[in-house]
Design a protein around this ligand. Structure first.
Ligand code: SF4
Length: 226
């Protein structure tokens, strides 16, 4: 292990790391709400569609949409909840303190932010950072589905309760969802669940569990190396 990784792990209060994984399957078929052709869009078309989207009320209060960032051929896809205030200002997911902790978590497993793809369930900020409403998720979900389809990652890391429950279409608690490899509904794509870095900042004692989740995601990606 090189010195930088040791430093990152120490910053997280952890002492081990694993190698990253490999490629895999894709989203099988379009959902009913793809009548607008979202599932046929390329990256440029999808970006433009999201940028101009007014499909739910959140367009009224956003500063800008937050599409997603990173490597469009990534083996790891990180999916969070929705933009917060800083993300809404900067137009990028996972910035600020939580974003820096996410970066440290990724570096601990040998990945940079540029090597993964990071997106949210919702592309616009809910006012006062309230939870996304089902109707908003319903309107927005095909954008994320198309991103997943275009990337075809080896593993999806669902970060936080809202991301996990919406991705996996369940109301099971995050405590019960952690520690297992799930499948994105309707696909073979593996999903591993972990805590949101904003939560880990409030509850640093849980970093050990988050590290176990990252190791599980690493093994899962490796299992999908083909
Ligand atoms: S949250 Fe999604 S569906 Fe709602 S306006 Fe933004 S991009 Fe459109």
């Amino acid at each position: 292990m090189d010195g930088r990784r040791v430093a990152y792990l120490q910053a997280m209060g952890l002492d081990v790391w694993l190698e990253r994984g490999a490629p895999v399957p894709a989203w099988p078929e379009a959902t009913p709400s793809t009548a607008g052709g979202v599932m046929a869009l390329d990256w440029a078309g999808l970006e433009a569609r999201v940028r101009g989207c007014r499909d739910c009320e959140l367009h009224r209060t956003r500063t800008q949409t937050v599409f997603g960032v990173g490597n469009r051929r990534a083996r790891w896809m990180i999916v969070g909840e929705a933009p917060g205030a800083e993300e809404d200002r900067q137009g990028e997911p996972f910035v600020g303190r939580a974003g820096r902790l996410l970066d440290a978590m990724l570096r601990a497993i040998g990945l940079t932010r540029e090597e993964v793809y990071i997106a949210n369930i919702l592309k616009c900020r809910p006012p006062d950072n309230r939870d996304p409403r089902p109707a908003e998720v319903g309107h927005c979900q095909d954008y994320l589905r198309r991103q997943v389809d275009l990337i075809s990652p080896a593993v999806i890391l669902a970060v936080g309760r809202v991301a996990a429950q919406n991705l996996l279409e369940t109301d099971t608690t995050i405590g019960r969802l952690r520690g297992a490899v799930h499948r994105l509904p309707g696909t073979d794509l593996p999903v591993v669940v972990t805590y949101h870095p904003a939560y880990l900042l409030r509850a640093p004692a849980e970093k050990g569990r988050a590290w176990a989740d990252l190791k599980l995601a690493c093994r899962t990606a490796q299992d999908n190396a083909g």
